[in-house]
Ligand binder design. Structure first.
Ligand code: FAD
Length: 274
């Protein structure tokens, strides 16, 4: 099995915190290399990510990587967060531009993730291992795939150590992206981001927003199961496990699971891989 990492979002209520604690305990049995915690651009979860990372690291004993986005933030705010993460004991970060909620004004001091990576390196040297985002199906705002790939390379040139991809259900998009990146001289590991399917209508909404394609045949199969939740769970776990198997056979260096703070959908996939 390749190394694993699990992504969580920062809980805001006591109930959500209890759920994350349960999920973290269950997923710990899979011995992930690290876990990561998302960051709400524009300030909405500004105070929750550090608290969650501290909990994951100090209470659950994970190596924990905060996501850090630059949109809407000042250099000073980012500097403060870097100090805080150092103090918590973090040695890795996921560096992103982020997305401003629509209607929010100030874009922030740093415009793109490449500028954020350069800033983190200038401020903290090699203290943090830095992961950045990659888009096998192209970032939705990119002019075209080639330009997006050059922007991806700029993040690596600025000092990123590795990349995690947006999720996808088409393995060829990943293999082609890795091939193109290698041709451009990008050497760092490019880890596929894997989205287990827990709630298909939610997944559809997410996918429209982030530009991930759900192949038509998957939607048709899901629709065909109607309200048969057990059949949907089985199909979803088989589908995502099949994707993971192909990725591993094709040379993926690790797998990063978007857990949405749920243990079962990820565990169902991992059970099929062992
Ligand atoms: P960038 O790499 O800066 O790219 C953004 C866009 O700008 C792309 O279209 C790119 O082609 C273009 N671009 C880059 N450089 C230039 C340039 N110099 N000139 C012109 N155009 C340029 N969002 C959150 O808010 N919080 C999170 O915790 C979070 N975690 C994520 C984790 C992963 C693994 C992934 C894949 C995404 C995550 N996101 C998160 C979403 C991410 O913030 C959005 O996809 C965002 O729109 C782009 O972020 P980025 O870091 O890829 O941006």
């Amino acid at each position: 099995m390749v190394p694993l990492s699990f992504e969580f979002y920062p809980p805001k209520t006591d109930e959500q915190r209890a759920q994350l604690d349960r999920t973290a305990r269950r997923l710990k049995t899979h011995a992930p290399e690290y876990v990561s915690c998302t960051f709400g651009a524009g300030g909405s979860t500004l105070s929750y990510t550090p608290e969650t990372v501290r909990r994951l690291h100090q209470q659950h004993g994970f190596e924990a990587a905060p996501h850090l986005s630059c949109v809407g933030g000042t250099r000073e705010e980012i500097r403060e967060l870097l100090k805080l993460y150092r103090a918590i004991g973090c040695r890795r970060l996921v560096a992103l531009r982020g997305d401003l909620p629509s209607g929010m004004g100030h874009p922030g001091d740093l415009r793109y993730a490449a500028e954020l990576v350069a800033f983190i390196r200038a401020e903290t040297g090699r203290h943090f291992r830095i992961e950045v985002a990659a888009y096998p199906e192209t970032h939705p705002q990119a002019e075209d795939a080639q330009t997006d790939l050059r922007h991806f390379k700029a993040k690596v040139d600025a000092g990123a150590d590795a990349a995690i991809t947006q999720y996808f259900y088409n393995a060829d998009a990943y293999f082609r992206f890795v091939e193109d990146a290698r041709r451009l001289g990008v050497q760092v590991p490019i880890v596929p981001g894997v989205m287990p399917i827990a709630n298909f209508s939610q997944l559809r909404r997410f996918s429209e927003a982030c530009g991930a394609e759900i192949p038509r045949w998957i939607g048709r199969r899901m629709a065909g199961y109607g309200d048969d939740a057990a059949a949907i769970r089985e199909f979803a776990a088989d589908l995502v496990a099949g994707l993971c198997r192909r990725l591993i056979e094709g040379g993926a260096p690790a797998l990063h699971f978007y857990t949405l703070n749920l243990a079962r959908p990820t565990q169902a996939v991992l059970a099929r891989l062992r």
